[in-house]
Structure formats: C-alpha cells, structure tokens
Design a protein around this ligand. Structure first.
Ligand code: UD1
Ligand code: UDP
Length: 402
C-alpha cells in the first residue's frame, strides 16, 4: 500500500509527524511525504524537530499571496506528485489550504483520501475563516475519517458520513506532545540550555504565554488582544512571552503595539521543543490557536481562548479552557481573575485532558492497513505527470529562497 501524506503548515507537520513515523514503520506500507511549503520557516522548524524529510517540497509560499493563489499552486503541485507516485491513499490533516487543495487534487486523480482530525466544527462558516469551510469540504471529499473525539465523530454522523468510515482516534497532537515531553525529560542538558535561552524571563514573575494568528482576528481582534496584554503587563507581576506569527499583517500590528512594553517579550516563532518547554512553564496561556489549546489541556496549563467561537468545546467543557472572546475588557478581566483566584486556577490545572491518550497514530495506521482500497474506476491520464507547469515541484530540500 502506497500512502502519500501531504502537509504544508507548522501544525500539520507537528500533528502528522507521529503518523508518518508509524506509516514508515508499518510492514507493507510505502510512505511518501509531500510538503507543499505553504509555510516556510515555521514548517522547516517543525520538520527538523521531528526529523521528517519530505521527498517533495512544492515551496509554494509567497509573502503577498491570496488564498486562491495558494490553493491553485497546491492543487497543481500535488496533482503532479499524484501522477508521479500513484498512491493508494492520500492522507491529510485538519483544515488548512493545503488540506483542502491536496484532498481536491486526490479526488481529481481518483485517489481515496483519509482525513486526520476530521469533524471539528464551530457551526459558523465565517469562524474560523476559511478553515471551517475547508474542513467541511474535506469531509465531503474524504473516504476515511479520523475524528479526534466523540464530539467530532458526532458532527460527521450528523452530516451523513457512514459509521463504517469513521474511527475516533484521539488527537495526534497528543502523540507528538508525548514525544517532545519525553525528549525534554530525558535530556537534562537540553532542559538547562532552554532555561538559559529563556533566562530573560524572570522566574519571580508568573509567565503568561500568548499566541495569535487567526485571519478573522486580523485588525480589530488582534489590536484588542494587544491592548489587553499591554494592560496586563502594566501590573508588573507577569512576564508575557509572545512568539509572533510571521504573517506580516500580524507581525506589524504586534510589533507596533507591544514592542518595548516592559515585561512583554516578542519572540520569533519557536521550534516545537522550545515552545513546549515554555508551555510547561506557563502559569497561564492566552491563545487563538487550536493546537496550543489541545497541548495546554494535556499539560494542565489553564488556557484562555481569544476567539468568539471554538471547535475545541471539549476543553471548555472539561474545565481546562475558557472562551473569552476578543474584547479587551473581557480578556483582561479573565486574566486578572485567574491571577487572583488561586482555587479557580488550580481547578483549571486539574481539568482532564479530553484530546486523547497518545496512541492516535497507531490507530490511524492500523485502520488504513485494514482498509480495502476502494476501487475507483478511472484515473487522470498519466500523460499530465511532470509537465512543465509543475516546475515548482522539487525533490527534497533545500529549495531556493525568494
Ligand atoms: C495557516 C492556516 C491556518 C493554520 C495556521 C497555522 C490556512 C488558510 N490557514 O494560517 O489554518 O491555523 O496556518 O499556523 O491554511 N509566513 C511566513 N513564514 C512562514 C509561515 C507564514 O513568512 O513560515 C507568512 C507569509 O507571508 C504567508 C503568511 O504568513 O503568506 C500567511 O501564511 P498562510 O499559510 O497563508 O496562513 P496562516 O495565517 O499562517
Ligand atoms: N508552536 C510552535 N512554536 C510557536 C508557537 C506554536 O512550535 O512559536 C506549535 C504549538 O506547540 C502547536 C502548533 O504550533 O503544536 C500550533 O500551531 P498554530 O498555532 O500555528 O496553528 P493552529 O494549531 O491554530 O492551526
């Protein structure tokens, strides 16, 4: 069985790393890895951290590109890889442009799609945008669905997906987190090096770790968050660490509003090991990231979700996360309450992790191995393989920088 895994962004690399490893170790499976390069430095950090070496890197990222341009480039590039490799399955994760375009390319090539982290829904196609629509469309395109939780599986059933095509696996981010935690715990030199690297974070002050990148928050929502962080920093009893997403629309706002504010530390995107190190140190996490909510819940770090809606309702229900919206006052109040109320903070720390047991990748690969490859009658003519328009297709890294 030939399985082509396609990934393009930092969270896809982190969440698919355990699956790719399990595919590589599975007898009878040939694993082929294609990076679309939707992200560049952030993807490289994650690939390096998990020692993943894609056979293909389409290097499609451009600084000013639109969603449609990225979609078109990925559709074109993945189609060429499909024509060259003729896999039995295409594996995608989550809800990014890479996920949607790769699933669509597979559908065009009549290759069945297996969808990791299927079934997440807010119920609102504008939030998150465009991810809620991406994942709904991928559900329609996929043959096998791997929801992380029972809640996600219920969403799929409600949309008419057959029970036999669904397997609840837990979220693969927990598998990845276990691997990172094991590395940090087994290597005291690494721990000391990371402590030294973050020596500027005074241990006498509580650490607030914040991230933000959602497109629907660009502009107003992001500015209101920055104002809340500036006011929280003004208390003087916190260290606020903010790894800044390289999207220029985010980086410019964050730097304009927070650079030079005492106790606020604007950092370049961290490699996953360093990020998990800080996450474990954090007293409190403020984020609009999906993966960070899942990791914080698994590590028992209280998390405030700065969004209007979340598809990670399991974390809110379990008690480890609170959905606080994007108003400055609401964010600041939630931060201050948790800093003041030791019992409320401790209850969040003790909340159970609803996202899995760290064996999601094994379940996914076992299900794939037992799956009959659906007979799909016709394939795209092979003549389209490696035609000139696919010059973006490059075998392995490194690739040219622009
Ligand atoms: C993407 C995903 C989002 C996911 C997020 C994880 C889509 C539509 N969005 O959002 O679902 O939660 O990744 O981080 O697929 N950039 C760099 N270097 C990098 C990465 C990004 O410079 O390594 C800059 C580029 O200017 C790029 C911009 O960030 O054009 C936006 O990147 P893009 O992948 O389009 O969207 P994200 O906001 O990162
Ligand atoms: N992460 C990282 N470095 C950072 C910030 C986040 O490695 O500086 C990791 C984090 O541990 C999580 C993932 O990136 O696994 C989340 O990705 P992101 O927030 O970009 O996207 P989302 O999960 O919202 O799709």
């Amino acid at each position: 069985m030939r399985v082509l895994t396609v990934l393009g962004t930092r969270p896809e690399a982190i969440k698919l790393a355990p699956v790719v490893r399990a595919l590589e170790a599975a007898p009878g499976i040939t694993s082929i890895l294609c990076a679309t390069g939707q992200h560049r430095e952030m993807l490289d950090q994650a690939l390096t951290c998990f020692a993943l070496k894609p056979q293909y890197n389409l290097a499609i990222m451009r600084h000013d590109q639109t969603l449609s341009e990225a979609t078109a480039a990925i559709l074109d590039g993945v189609s060429a890889v499909l024509a060259a490799e003729r896999p039995d399955w295409v594996l995608v994760q989550g809800d990014t442009t890479t996920t949607l375009a790769a699933a669509l390319a597979a559908f065009h090539a009549r290759v069945p799609v297996a969808h990791v982290e299927a079934g997440l829904r807010t119920g609102d196609t504008c939030t998150p945008w465009p991810e809620e629509m991406n994942r709904r469309l991928v559900t329609r395109l996929a043959t096998l669905h791997f929801p992380p939780t029972a809640v996600a599986a219920a969403h799929l059933r409600a949309e008419g997906v057959a029970e036999t095509a669904i397997l609840v696996t837990g979220n693969t981010v927990i598998d990845a987190l276990h691997a990172l935690r094991a590395r940090l715990d087994s290597d005291p030199v690494l721990g000391c090096a990371l402590d030294a690297r973050f020596g500027f974070l005074a241990s006498s002050r509580r650490l607030l770790l914040a991230t933000a990148h959602r497109r629907e928050s660009l502009g107003g929502g992001l500015m209101r968050l920055c104002t809340a962080l500036r006011l929280a920093a003004g208390r003087g009893d916190l260290e606020i660490a903010v790894p800044v997403h390289p999207n220029p629309a985010i980086a410019q706002t964050v730097h304009a509003m927070l650079a030079g504010v005492p106790h606020v530390h604007l950092l370049a995107p961290l490699d996953p090991l360093a990020f998990v190190h800080l996450l474990r140190r954090a007293h409190l996490v403020v984020t609009d990231s999906g993966g960070v909510v899942e990791e914080a819940a698994a590590l028992g770090r209280p998390v405030l979700i700065t969004r209007e809606k979340t598809e990670r309702s399991e974390a809110v229900k379990a008690g480890g996360a609170r959905l606080v919206g994007t108003a400055t006052g609401a964010i600041l109040t939630a931060i201050e309450r948790l800093l003041a109320d030791e019992a409320a903070w401790a209850a969040m720390v003790r909340a159970p992790n609803p996202f899995g047991d760290g064996h999601a990748a094994a379940r996914i690969v076992a299900r794939l191995r037992s799956a009959e490859v659906p007979a799909l009658p016709v394939r795209e003519p092979a003549a389209r393989s490696l035609r000139p328009a696919t010059t973006r297709l490059r075998v392995a890294m490194p690739r040219p920088r622009r």
